[in-house]
Unconditional design. Structure first.
Length: 256
């Protein structure tokens, strides 16, 4: 009963547009009571013309509660730290091995290893987010990805949240394959591990530059979105209907 009351209070704290976002992402089969609660609140808002759509019903009644609720959402720096930890975890084990492999393999094996690494990195985020809502970096920093309704996410949502990373990995893989086909065997054999990577990158400089710039803009836009939105949601959170929170802070807020 306490949990439902706290969830009802959180529903009342949402704006109408946020409630409509929740209703599109909530799992009705698993949470029918919550679905009905959100729908009832939406209908209630729409029947009250004196209340603006983007205005909360009682934003000024619980100022202290409002501040605590805002502290539940994970901001840029803690997410950046989690991502850095993840990068260390999945990159360090590979660099030594892959650097050794890249200096000694054929073009075919080079491409196979590159493809495997891309799949592994994407799989790392999709599996851990879909299974626990947290990568190892998020576990260390105490943050978690959930649906906008507060429910746990599944693998489909995790994949949707990483759709841009998946797409960029596919494009880079295609560019790598295309570049490999243009390099003669004699030239490939003479290249070292470091020069092989640079040679591949400069085979299609225009496409590589465009892709790199597009990804840089995507990252920048995500940072701006986290900094400016109320619930500190990145663009990929809007795509997947998710947000990143501090589960411990949320539980403490609900107990009050």
């Amino acid at each position: 009963m306490t949990d439902e009351l706290s969830y009802e209070e959180r529903v009342r704290n949402h704006t109408l547009s946020e409630l409509e976002d929740v209703i599109h992402h909530i799992d009705r089969a698993s949470y029918p009571e919550r679905y009905d609660l959100v729908m009832a609140e939406i209908e209630k808002r729409k029947q009250q013309p004196d209340i603006k759509k983007e205005e909360k019903l009682s934003p000024s009644l619980y100022p202290q509660k409002e501040r605590k609720l805002r502290s539940v959402y994970a901001g840029f720096w803690i997410r950046f730290l989690a991502r850095t930890i993840d990068a260390i975890i999945y990159m360090l084990p590979f660099f030594t091995v892959i650097s050794w492999i890249y200096a000694r393999v054929s073009r075919e094996l080079y491409f196979t290893v590159s493809l495997f690494c891309s799949i592994l990195v994407c799989g790392y985020f999709i599996y851990l987010h879909g299974r626990w809502g947290q990568t190892f970096g998020k576990m260390v920093t105490g943050i978690k990805v959930v649906r906008i309704s507060g429910e746990s996410i599944d693998y489909k949502t995790a994949a949707l949240r990483n759709i841009v990373d998946i797409g960029s990995s596919i494009l880079y893989t295609i560019l790598t394959l295309a570049a490999l086909t243009t390099i003669p065997d004699i030239k490939w054999i003479k290249l070292t591990a470091s020069t092989r990577s640079m040679t591949l990158l400069h085979t299609f400089p225009t496409f590589h530059t465009i892709l790199t710039c597009a990804l840089s803009l995507w990252v920048f836009a995500n940072v701006i979105s986290i900094l400016l939105t109320k619930k500190k949601r990145a663009l990929h959170d809007f795509i997947a209907g998710t947000m990143v929170i501090y589960p411990k802070r949320l539980r403490e807020t609900e107990k009050e």
